[in-house]
Design a binder for this molecule. Structure first.
Ligand SMILES: [Zn+2]
Length: 248
């Protein structure tokens, strides 16, 4: 009978064994946290009630080395702070961009590790990926994320449990520009302005390569710039979602 556990390499060097054992404990801890949250699903929220004259603007799927910098420039020109729901694998590949976002005062939250349908992912995988994405953001920015937007806005029960386990509140959106495909900027602007209400949460994208039309972000930016002006002229302050949630 095999006496050595099959998951430990028999001839592993001491430091490799230590790493394997540490990974086993980390995996068990993450699984425990998600299991503990089993009975406490978190519903997704769409907008923030009781916020007259205030709304939040959010960007998904970044950081994207081809597009995020331009979006940051547009926001800086209008002196608007936003929320970026980022992908863990893109965060670790673009640390400089993440630092630039944080240094500019933007809020950085979790969109997942990869851009996958949560309904197709196993609970353990989702749990580990949200832990990894949360850790990556906190390591780079020194700020722990508190919000989670599932890819495609589809919050499976497993994703809800994983979010709960890692202290993340699922947040969707109340208005969007449908900017992942190339619509006319004037049509996108009309979609955004029609959604301008107290506590609105706007969804745009600074990242490509997740199923949308190539070049869509460049196409969206004229609409973004006009919306930043139009919302101010309508008496609205756009701010990060975390700050909109934090005070009334
Ligand atoms: Zn997305």
């Amino acid at each position: 009978m095999e006496s050595t556990p099959s998951f430990v390499a028999i001839n592993a060097a001491p430091f490799e064994e230590a790493a394997i054992v540490a990974a086993m404990f980390a995996g068990a801890f993450v699984a425990f946290r998600c299991g503990f949250a089993l009975a406490r699903l978190r519903p997704a929220l769409w907008r923030v009630p009781d916020r007259p004259g205030r709304a939040a603007i959010t960007f998904d799927d970044g950081p994207d080395p081809a597009n995020t910098e331009g979006v940051l420039e547009d926001l800086a020109a209008a002196n608007v702070k936003a929320t970026f729901f980022v992908l863990g694998e893109r965060v670790v590949a673009n640390e400089r961009l993440v630092r630039a976002m944080a240094a500019s005062g933007h809020d950085i939250e979790v969109h997942g590790w990869r851009h996958r349908f949560t309904l197709r992912q196993r609970s353990a995988t989702l749990c580990r990926e949200l832990a990894d994405a949360t850790f990556a953001i906190e390591r780079i920015t020194s700020v722990k994320p508190v919000l989670y937007r599932p890819p495609f806005g589809m919050l499976s029960p497993a994703a809800s449990r994983a979010a709960r386990a890692h202290g993340l509140q699922p947040y969707l959106w109340s208005a969007w520009a449908r900017d992942w495909r190339k619509r006319r900027p004037t049509d996108m602007l009309a979609s955004l302005t029609s959604g301008l209400k107290p506590g609105a949460v706007f969804l745009l994208h600074d990242g490509e390569g997740t199923g949308g039309t190539p070049g869509a972000v460049q196409n969206m930016r004229p609409a973004l710039r006009q919306f930043l002006v139009a919302s101010r002229e309508a008496g609205y302050a756009l701010e990060p979602l975390r700050s909109l949630l934090g005070s009334s």
